[in-house]
Design a protein around this ligand. Structure first.
Ligand SMILES: [Mg+2]
Length: 122
């Protein structure tokens, strides 16, 4: 199982549509973008209230609606994640960050940008 698959089970049960077709145009995509905003605001409020329980709940809700957005747009989240993960990890050489004198993590020759277009096949 994956988070995205869990959310897809919920979406099917709730008569929401899943698509393999890449698209941002539709009421369901708008709905999920609104839900992401709503959950972010709730999480921020919980953070400002120093409420760890509600922050944890909010973070999970955010992941939930982000997965819903992915499945509404035809995005296979794991593929995008893997590309971004690989890019981020390419900043390390032999497991270590290269920092300049002020402590900034530099981008070594091994660094590569995530190729999201390639991952999405567009
Ligand atoms: Mg919530």
């Amino acid at each position: 199982m994956s988070y995205q698959k869990d959310v897809e089970v919920f979406m099917i049960a709730g008569d929401q549509s899943l698509t393999k077709e890449l698209s941002l145009k539709g009421d369901q995509q708008k709905l999920y973008m609104n839900l992401i905003t709503e959950e972010y605001k709730e999480t921020l409020e919980a953070f400002q209230n120093n409420d760890l329980v509600e922050v944890a709940d909010g973070l999970a809700d955010m992941v939930w609606v982000i997965m819903g957005m992915c499945s509404s747009c035809g995005i296979e989240f794991n593929k995008v994640w893997e590309e971004v993960r690989s890019s981020n990890m390419s900043k390390f050489v032999n497991g270590k960050a290269i920092k300049n004198n002020s402590g900034k993590i530099m981008k070594p020759d091994t660094y590569f940008k995530p190729d999201i277009k390639k991952v999405l096949g567009i």
